[in-house]
Every structure is written in C-alpha cells, then in structure tokens.
Design a protein around this ligand. Sequence first.
Ligand SMILES: [Ca+2]
Length: 545
Amino acid sequence: MLMCRGVIIAYLCMKKNYCPMKTTTTPIRTLLPLAVLAASGTAAAQVEEKPNIIFVFADQWRKQSLGFRGEDPVQTPNLDKFASWAFSFDNATSCRPVSGPNRACLMTGMYPINNGVFANSVPLDAETPTLGDVCKAAGYATAYIGKWHLGGLNDHVATAEGRHGFDTWVQSMGHMPFNQGYYIGDDPNRVYKKGVWAPTFETDTAIGFIEDNRDKPFCVVLSYNPPHTSGGYMFEDRWQPGKRKPDGTIRYGYGYGGPREYEALYTGVDYRENPIRGNVEPMRKGNTKDRSEGCIPGYFGAITAIDNDFGTLMNYLEQEGLLENTIVVFTADHGESMGSQGLMTKGTWFEESVGVPCIIGMRGSIVNRREQCVFNSIDLLPTLLGMASLPIPPQVDGKDYSPMLTGEAFTPPQYALLSFDFGGVAELKFPRYWRALYSPRYTFVLCGMNSNRDVYTRDGMVLYDRQQDPLQMRPIFKGMGHDGLMDRLFAALAAELDATGDPFIEKYWNNENAGYPELNHYTMDLEDYTRQLESGKVRGPQEVD
Ligand SMILES: [Ca+2]
C-alpha cells in the first residue's frame, strides 16, 4: 500500500512540473480563475439564472444501439422521444475508448496526454478542474451518482478534494447491477443494494437530489455502470464468450445482463442466423465456441431497461416544469463491438467501439437537429459550460459547440483525434498504441506494433471510407488508389499530434521495442506498480474497466 501511494504521489509531483500545450482558443470571459469566481460577491445573484445540468451516461453503449437510428434491433423509446426534440450528434466519439481514460476526457475536456489518465486505474490529478469543480465554484449544488473510476487503484474517494467538486457522492463500485456496492458521502463502508437494478436506484437517488436542491442551480452526473460485462448476484447463469474456465465451465458472474423482463424482449431470435449487424464475425478466428450471439439479449435488455430509467427521469423533469431551464445530456463512455469485426468490448478505432450516443436538450433553448459533424468526448465539457455561461478552464482541449446547439453560426472542427495506449495498468507491458483521425467520412489510423496492427493494418496504416463502406469491411491501404488522400490525412494527423505534444509517430508507431512510453509527460515506476497488483494487497483493475 505504501509503495502504491508512493507511485501515485511521485506521479502527481512530476505531473505538476508539466505544462500542457494549449491549443484551444478560449473567450476572455472564460479565463476567470475558479478561486476568483467562487469569491465573487455577485456570484450568488447571477447563479440563480443559470441552467441546471444533468449529465447522464452509460458505460458500454454503442451509438448503433439507439432505436431512432434504425441500426441495431433494440428498443429505446424514451431516448427516441428525447432525440425528437433535442440535438443529437450522430458522429459523437469516445476520445479514448476505455473507461478511466475516457471518463477523464469527459470530466476535464482534456486529451489523455494532458489530463494524465492514460490507462484504467491511473488517478486523475486532484488539481485538474472538472465539471464538478467548475459548477461548485459557480455556486451550483453538485452530485455524482454511479461509476467514477478516476480514483486510482483504490477507487474509493474519501476526501473532498478527490471528489472534484461533487458534494453529494454516491459512488458505485464494480460490475454488479443487482447487488451494487456504493460508497456514500464520507462513510468508509461500502453499502450494497441487493436485488435492485442499479440504474433504477441511481435514477431515484438523482431525482431525490434534484428535489432537495431545485431552489438553486444544480449539476448532477448520473453514471450508469451497465451495459457492461459481469457480474455477481443474478448473473450466475449468464454467458460471455471467452470467459470460460479451462475446463469449459462458465466463469461465475460474467455476461451482459439486465432485468429479465427486458432481456425477454430479445430472446427467441437466432442471432447467428439473423446477425444484428453486417460485419459480425466469430469472436475469435478458428474458435467456434466463442461467439457474440449469446450476449445480445443481455446487452439489449440492459439498454432498454436503462432507457426506461432515463424515461423516469425525463417524465419527472417534464412534470415538474424543469425541462426549460435544465441542460440534459445522454451519452456513453464508449461503445461495444458485440461481434463486429470479430471483436468484443472496446479499445479499437472501429465504429462500434468509438461511436457513442450524444443527445443534448434544453427545451426552448437548444435546437432540434441530428448533426453529422465530429463531436469528441473532450468537447462535451466546454460545450456544457458554454451553454451555461460558466467559465471554461484554460487547460481544456475540447471545443465549445454551444453556438451550434442554439442554432447560431458555428464551424465545427474537421477532425476528432482519437487514441489508445493501454486498457488497464495491468497491461502496461502490452501496449495497444494507435492514433486515429476521425472525420464525418473517414477514419484514418496509425497503429503501433501490436496485435491490432497484425490483424487490421498493413505497415501500421489503414483508411476507412465510411461513406462508401459504413461497416468498415473494406480497409484501404497504401497503393490501392488513395495515396494522395492518405498523405493528406497523415499530415493532418501528424499536425494534431504535434499540437498536443504527442510523440507517437516518432517514438512508438514503428518501434517494436517501444516500452513504457513517454506519452504522458511523466513516468511511473512500472515494476513497483506491477508488484503491488501481483501481491494482492491492492485491488487490481479487473474489478472495474
Ligand atoms: Ca467503460
């Protein structure tokens, strides 16, 4: 434990010496230091006019799983209704499609290379401003309910500093949606909610918080853990491909799942004969046992159940007349491959992995549109703060799209920059480096020398034209007639990486001996960290990812 703390403290100290390059042009009005804003005598009067913020996100919910998109055969009537009057970014992306890193992107508006959370179980610097910090400083009542995953190896955050401005704290731990454990406020003991579908409990908790705080502006983050693989009570008979013991028996507690009445909506279909998507392949080549079909009722069942919980929240807001002064966001951490491209889960540049729902509404203020421009997860924080006329911290890399939401002229960025280094700290010795430039039409990828490169790229470079090939079944390599376009995209990607200080192309792209990287402007004692995990004295990242 002491060694682990030493690693984290060393990391924090080194990080403070790093000054990230700033690429965002920020209006002068947004540059007020948080301390100045908090001390302002006029803040109390002004804050009463501020809109509320409700930030709802699920974990492994791909953008294809929205009924109104007409892609996956899944029912989401409440999100369809929300999108019918709100603003939907149809090409929204997860900046780094794995939990802790993308959650840091969502909460800080900064790229992983600048916010420091490059893998699961790396803690977010307590001094980096988040949505909660900004809203609290502006006088909002603040709450965080659900999965956090930004507190390091021991994710439970006991200190006010580590809660990043969220005063009401109901943190879920692990993947047990029918026996979910929570850390609530300062209580060091984990409280379990047995037999209750966790998103329903969390939604009710959020509504209770709103009821208690509706006389002043409030900001609540509602972070649902499902849909996610595993686990525990009521998951015993579920099955996830690849999660069998060596003797072939099912590992306890694995598999996607939701309340049985919602799963029942999706059973009785032979998904092998009727694949949910045109690019579904056996999960592992040559392995006829491990397939995705068995997971589909659990995955879609969880999604429709959460849609029902989201409907409960929206009905409450409508009945109480809160939709006109509340910005509501629904998005996800990242997607789920569910057999597409022969893959499960996330971590790749494919649409099913990086594409997320992103619907934003405030009745009477935000226009109704389905927009095809790029919108990266780092853009959500500045966009919300812009909509609420709250200060955008100068460290933020993302863009404020709020003029677009209100129907004003706005030129969005041409590209979103996506990236990946590692899943969790347990795999630090097995990097999955890649960088991608994402436009409304193209996905252009540079892949380091790892297993993804072997399978999906040639010479570490691949282009997909999603207009001609939406399922990404026809990769374009150099020499196939698009070299000029690929050269231009390479130059644009290189420029984006240079702007963020990312040495990927020079040091890691074609380096088969690329070890622990300098990709985050500081180093950690990898061997110490690994020993801590192997000792069993600290909980490893396997419990949350
Ligand atoms: Ca996640």
